[in-house]
Design a protein around this ligand. Sequence first.
Ligand code: DOR
Ligand code: ZN
Length: 457
Amino acid sequence: MSADLVIKNGHVVTPAETFKGGVAINDGKLVAIGTDDTLPKGKEEVDAKGKHILPGIIDGHVHFREPGLSHKEDFTTGSTAAVCGGVTMVMDMPNVNPPTADADKVREKIKIAEGKFLTDYAFYGVVVQTNADQILPMAEAGVIGYKIFFGETIGNLPFPDDGMCLEAFSNISKSGLPLGIHAENRQIMAYYTNKLKAEGKNDPIYWEASRPAICEAESVAHAIFFAETFNTKLHVYHMSSKQAAALVREAKAKGLRVTAETGPHYLLRDYKDMAKVGPLLKMNPPVRSRDHGEALWDGLLNGYIDMIATDHSPHTLEEKGSDIYGKMTKPAIWDCISGFCGVETAVPLLLTEVNKGRMTLNHYAKLTSENPAKVWQIYPQKGAIRLGSDGDVTIVDMDKEGTIDVNKLHSKNKPSPWHGWKVKGMPVATVVRGNVQMRDGEVVGKPIGKLVRPKLA
Ligand code: DOR
Ligand code: ZN
């Protein structure tokens, strides 16, 4: 027997164990997993000596900006950045132009994506005040889940009012797909923003104060109430505060189907960093003080925060109101847009934390592959090193050191708050269904990415 691709002589990492050996992939699927002597011959062979073979890393939250906003990013540049960062699959957000808000828009987006992605991918549909009747048709058209933007953010999408939420949550439950929420209370943020502006507090450092933790927590509590009422699968995107984390923990303890993600910036940065990197760290919701960051680590380590996702959200420097190193070029932080690149830097940043002993590589694989695949209902096609699963793996070198240089990122626009960060532990190969897409930081693959549809029980 032979296989298309054999990766051997490494350490295979799953959430449950690490063992010496490798994997074989044929026709895009894992056909052998084990010690080197048990693996078939490969038409192509990769020697993973001294490296770790992880289940393909899934970024459940990216903004690749097609259609309509491709001056910021497009499917090819975004997914190139993704494979360079060790990511094999992404879930792409619906705040594009036109927004992905009905079945036709979903089908159009799927068509536009053909032949463009270097990773596999899935799309979210957005739920607003006027499209509750499109919830089930969007599921049929192929979305992986839904998003409601409860807070004002990029794209300015209107969210369903409480009356319409009754209909929306009920229909979403019927679809069997999860609802992800951007949880920020619009009235609270308007109140603080007006207050800070009136006081002339226009520096980047005030961004967090304009959307404090209560702003997120109130919105999470509100959504959990609806989710409990309608038995909806609820996912909290980009969770940033200890109060919201506590609410998710309680909801899980009650047996509700509530999950959450957080991102590298919330785990590793402090809002005070905005004094140095200015608008580059401006994000909705904002990065907070370290006590929030530590609470989010606790959630990841103790199972009440399910995954790490990046919220990769590139903009031009002009839109960011910043130069590439963080010098503000607009009069006030309010004039600068929210969001920054993340899909290419998350893996080295978090592997650095693994090297520091903050978590095991096995747990890292759970948070970046198994759990996102389970939450978005594509497990075990994705998210597993298991016979019959898609042949997606990320090979990492835990000894490789580097320094993040934002000028070398592969995104169309590169604003990022991570310039100059030293990392130890880097992805060295990205394999999507047996296709080697990245090797030693260089793109070596083609746009062979496919749409992934959820499997509903
Ligand atoms: O800061 C943000 N930027 N937060 C979001 O929710 C959206 C994102 C974007 O699309 O740029
Ligand atoms: Zn986002």
